[in-house]
Every structure is written in structure tokens, then in C-alpha cells.
Ligand binder design. Structure first.
Ligand SMILES: C[S@@+](CC[C@H](N)C(=O)[O-])C[C@H]1O[C@@H](n2cnc3c(N)ncnc32)[C@H](O)[C@@H]1O
Length: 360
């Protein structure tokens, strides 16, 4: 099996590869685990992986790892963590790692320099006292001494609660740190919502649904949408979407899918709405993901179905839209975003009067 290079993952394993730290014989817990060459090294056995982001979870499962979505029952002699860049989420994860460590066990974490490695290391120090560290591949790995009595209990309690779900936007939604635009309505999504025509109808899908904002807006504005499927790769977001859409449960059919949209979705939709991701979780630009969302949407729409999409104006989606749809209309361009409506065929679609080209 070949895997692509993952500098943070490779750096995380250096202290074990160089003999600075022993590899335990008992099970090791790896929070936010990703697959990479180091994971396939037979010296590192008995790893239990926690991963809520489907595109990262699937390769681990395919490689035979035990992947879990939550981890609060057992304790371990070693907890490894690939920390996220969002500070509250990262602190909560460090606190979780410390809570799940057996007496005398260790926590080891890694972060790339550009995502806040220094802050991560100083946070671990605040929680568990002096740490050891090394830098490589523009990343930093840092680890605690064997944990005995040095843990700052007050900070542990405080940080454990930092990424708890909470009401946002005057209680309209429940969200939590680390999710996309976690504490606000994303401006691009808000623009798309305001342009959704009230006459959209039938079975809808929301690709990359996050905590459910666009789906809620589609159901609120379009009385004839009878069912909506939310597809979202991040399980922590999807779980909250089920709460945020609860009021629509009685009269509409709701589907919640922990799913990597780039793998395709069933071909049964009248409407697809999306604010597609265009970078990875580490913020590296990946317009190919947005392009793939457009191809998947085209394949999943019924012949007269409509795609409603919002994107940053600079994103190069025009070619893929033109090759996937026959009728394309730029509905609006505001605040650096473009709202696009597209259909494959038909006369009742969004571009009844629009030419086949995108207006710029
Ligand atoms: C730009 S955000 C939009 C979120 C939400 N629809 C909104 O408007 O607030 C894109 C969402 O796609 C999700 N995502 C990223 N990659 C994905 C994939 N391969 N499959 C499904 N969802 C993905 C992200 O977790 C994120 O929630």
C-alpha cells in the first residue's frame, strides 16, 4: 500500500523511530489519526485510531485499523495526537488525551509550524509541566514526561469543556469549535441562501452540509422541498446538524450521511445545494475537491434537476461546470463570491433565458 507524504504524521513518529521513546506493548490510542507510511511500519503495533473526518477514517479502515468515533471509556499507556489548528479544539483534545492516559503514561502531539506548533507545545506544558520536543519537516513533536501528579487539574477541567457544543447566532444553531465557520453564519452560505428561489421542490441534497445551516435555510424558504439528504464528512458537524434540523423532522424527510462526497452519491435528486470545500483541513488549497463536488452533483441530479452553488469568485470552476451541465447561470456576484445555478437539460431550469456561457 502506498500513502502520500504527511509531514506531521512522520514527525510524530520520530521519537519512536529513533529510540527516544519506547513503543508500549499494550494498546496505544491515536487521536485524529491519519494513515501514512509510519502507521504501516510493523514496529508500531496495536494502534486504536480515533478519526471523525470520513476521508481520513476510510483509508485507516481499509488498511485494517480499528477506527472509533469516540473514546471515553478506556485509558492507555500512550496517547498520540495530531492537533488541529483551532486553539480551543486543540486544547480540548490535549485535555482529552491527558484524561485518557494511564498513571505513568505519556501524551505525544504534533503540529506543523504554520498551524501553531509553538502554541501547542506551550499549551501542553501548561497542562502537564515540562515537555520534550523536536522539530523536523516544518513540524514540531512534543511529549510529556510520564504522567503522575503534575497535571494541572483546574486547567484540565477548563480545557475539557472548551469544544463543547453550544448555541450560536442567538440560539438558532448549535455548533462547536473546530467546525467550518463554527461560531457564525458563513457569508458565502448566507448569500446562497438568500438567492435560493422559493419554488425549488422535490428531493434535495446538501453537499458538505456542515452543522446544517444551508439545509435549514432551504427547508425554511422552499416549502415544496419534501426531503433533504445532508452529506457531511465531519461526524462532529453532522451530529449537530441532526439537532439543528430537528424542527423539520415531522413534515419533511431528513437523511444524515457521514460521507465523503468525492466518492459519489446516489442519483436521485431534484435539487442540490452546496458551498463546497476548497481546501483541506490544514488549509492547503484544493480546488480539485470543489470540482469533484460539481461532477458528483451533476451525476446525482435527475435530468431536470438544479444545482445551486456558491464559491469564491477566483475559484476555477467554470470549465468543470461547462463540461458537466448544459445550462449555467451566474445568479449573483457579491462580496467576492459567485452564486451559480446549473441544470443538465430541460426548460424549467435556472437558465431558461440565459445563454450557455457563464456571465462574468
Ligand atoms: C465550505 S463548508 C460549508 C458548510 C455548510 N454547508 C455551511 O454552509 O455552513 C464545506 C463543508 O464540507 C465538508 N467536507 C469537506 N470535505 C468533504 C468531503 N470530501 N465530503 C463531504 N463533506 C466534506 C466540511 O467538513 C465542511 O463542513
Amino acid at each position: 500500500m502506498t500513502t502520500s507524504s504527511d509531514p506531521a504524521l512522520d514527525t510524530l513518529f520520530i521519537p519512536f523511530k529513533t529510540g527516544m521513546l519506547p513503543w508500549p506493548s499494550a494498546h496505544v490510542l491515536f487521536l485524529r489519526a491519519r494513515l501514512g507510511n509510519s502507521m504501516l511500519d510493523p514496529s508500531f503495533k496495536n494502534i486504536i485510531c480515533e478519526q471523525t473526518f470520513k476521508p481520513d477514517a476510510e483509508p485507516l479502515i481499509a488498511a485494517g485499523f480499528n477506527v472509533v468515533n469516540s473514546t471515553d471509556a478506556e485509558t492507555y499507556p500512550l496517547i498520540m495526537v495530531l492537533l488541529p489548528r483551532q486553539r480551543e479544539e486543540a486544547r480540548a483534545l490535549l485535555a482529552q488525551a491527558v484524561r485518557l492516559t494511564q498513571p505513568g503514561g505519556q501524551v505525544i502531539a504534533c503540529l506543523s509550524n504554520s498551524e501553531g506548533a509553538r502554541s501547542g507545545e506551550s499549551d501542553m506544558e501548561k497542562l502537564v509541566g515540562p515537555v520534550s520536543s523536536l522539530s523536523k519537516h516544518k513540524c514540531r513533536v512534543f511529549w510529556s514526561a510520564p504522567l503522575t501528579t503534575q497535571v494541572n487539574k483546574a486547567l484540565l477541567d477548563e480545557w475539557s469543556a472548551l469544544d463543547a457544543p453550544r448555541p450560536i447566532c442567538d440560539g438558532r444553531f448549535i455548533s462547536r469549535p473546530g467546525l467550518f465557520a463554527w461560531n457564525r453564519i458563513d457569508r458565502a452560505s448566507q448569500l446562497l441562501a438568500t438567492h435560493l428561489p422559493a419554488n425549488l421542490s422535490g428531493h434535495a441534497a446538501d453537499l458538505g452540509a456542515g452543522f446544517g445551516y444551508l439545509s435549514v435555510e432551504a427547508l425554511r424558504r422552499c416549502a415544496n422541498i419534501t426531503a433533504i439528504d445532508l452529506y457531511e464528512a465531519e461526524a462532529r458537524a453532522l451530529t449537530l446538524a441532526t439537532v439543528n434540523l430537528r424542527e423539520y423532522n415531522e413534515h419533511r424527510t431528513l437523511g444524515f450521511h457521514w460521507h465523503d462526497v468525492t466518492q459519489g452519491i446516489p442519483p436521485r435528486y431534484d435539487v442540490i445545494i452546496t458551498n463546497p470545500p476548497f481546501h483541506t483541513q490544514s488549509r492547503a488549497d484544493r480546488p480539485d475537491i470543489g470540482k469533484r463536488f460539481i461532477t458528483v452533483a451533476a451525476a446525482a441530479l435527475r435530468p431536470e434537476g438544479q444545482l445551486w452553488l456558491v464559491a469564491n469568485r477566483h475559484l476555477p470552476y467554470e470549465d468543470i461546470l461547462t463540461s458537466s451541465f448544459s445550462h449555467i447561470r451566474t445568479v449573483a456576484q457579491e462580496d467576492g463570491f459567485k452564486i451559480i445555478a446549473a441544470t443538465k437539460t430541460g426548460s424549467s431550469g435556472p437558465s431558461q433565458t440565459a445563454p450557455r456561457r457563464i456571465h462574468r
